[in-house]
Ligand binder design. Structure first.
Ligand code: SF4
Length: 346
């Protein structure tokens, strides 16, 4: 059975095309939905006249990565599938068609609740875009067992929603335990790092729950090893993303100045698609990632040289304590400004 209950909303797309009189439309799909791209393009072409439908075949990782300035600005409309919008200023109209999962949340949540100690009274609840449409059901399931559920609005996210780069919805929760409903360890790890509370991952795709503690310990050991290795570095590359929602230019310049101040060589590297082979030509000892925060953590094993988050660089340079380790975040502040949270550097 499909786990994504996906309605491509062809009628909504047609109405938008007609409303703005678009001639050139680009479709953006995450990797898991690209297999449907040609069919969706055909279905749109059937309901509109004289419109060029372009499929963006490049990787697409999130709403931070919009195709609004591709094809040399010939695009009149971007249709971006599966992600919730971020308040980024776009160069042309962008229509977001979200993807919701049909996977059951009851079984994994009940599994998580069955593992709680008797003294647990309050539970923080967070989830991702895929499951957010079931938030009311999740709350009821937990409250029906006699617990108090606490939720918060994030900055740039909706209530109880976390992104891989934005954990603002959980930082102020005063609870005994947090239940994260979703499948990826990374989000649960972020929740744990920011709250230091017990975090249970309730996975709708497996129907099971698990404590994130062991994964948290493992990742911290890996990060400690990368930081230790980076302490030998004499030269750094600072990676700047050309993706609009991942671009932290001012941060990159601040990091460059900081590294220079500590007497090390540093180069700024602009990249769009970031991968280990693209770093090979550069004879540098370590890299600092100002693009998507997930890359340094999730893809760590793929890189031979240390790839650090900005906060980890601070630890390497001795201006942050290991005990104050935090996940990197990109938090939107207003329509045009991305601000950096949790860093000592201004
Ligand atoms: Fe996802 Fe990374 Fe983009 Fe944040 S920056 S939305 S974690 S791909």
């Amino acid at each position: 059975m499909a786990t994504i209950d996906y309605d491509y909303k062809i009628d909504v797309i047609r109405d938008k095309i007609e409303e703005i009189g678009a001639s050139n439309v680009i479709l953006q799909f995450p990797e898991g939905l690209k297999v449907d791209a040609m069919d969706v393009a055909d279905r749109i072409s059937e309901v509109v006249d004289d419109v060029n439908i372009i499929i963006d075949a490049d990787p697409c990782f999130g709403a931070c990565d919009l195709a609004d300035n591709k094809v040399n600005h010939h695009i009149d409309l971007v249709v971006h599938f599966a992600h919730t919008p971020l308040p980024i200023k776009t160069e042309c109209p962008t229509l977001f068609i979200e993807a919701h999962s049909s996977a059951d949340v009851e079984v994994p949540i009940k599994d998580a609740l069955s593992s709680l100690d008797d003294d647990v009274k309050t539970i923080g609840l967070v989830t991702t875009t895929q499951h957010i449409h079931k938030l009311d059901e999740m709350i009821s399931l937990i409250e029906d067992e006699g617990y108090i559920v606490k939720l918060d609005n994030g900055m740039g996210t909706s209530q109880a929603q976390v992104l891989g780069c934005n954990f603002t919805s959980i930082k102020n929760l005063d609870v005994d335990v947090i239940i994260y409903v979703g499948s990826g360890d990374f989000h649960a790890l972020g929740v744990k790092l920011f709250t230091k509370k017990p975090v249970l991952l309730a996975d709708p795709f497996t129907g099971k729950s698990r404590d994130i503690e062991a994964f948290y310990d493992k990742i911290l050991r890996v990060r400690f090893a990368r930081i230790t290795k980076a302490k030998e570095a004499k030269s750094y590359g600072i990676i700047i993303s050309s993706k609009k929602g991942q671009l932290r230019f001012d941060l990159a310049i601040s990091l460059q100045n900081l590294i220079k101040k500590h007497g090390f060589k540093v180069k700024l590297l602009n990249m769009d698609y970031i991968s280990p082979d693209r770093l090979l030509p550069f004879d540098l000892d370590a890299f600092v990632m100002t693009a998507c925060p997930r890359i340094a953590i999730d893809d760590s094993a793929m890189y031979k040289k240390p790839v650090l988050t900005p906060g980890e660089l601070e630890i390497v340079l001795g201006i942050r304590d290991w005990d104050d380790y935090q996940m990197d975040e990109i938090i939107i502040h207003d329509e045009q400004t991305w601000v950096m949270a949790n860093f000592i550097i201004n």
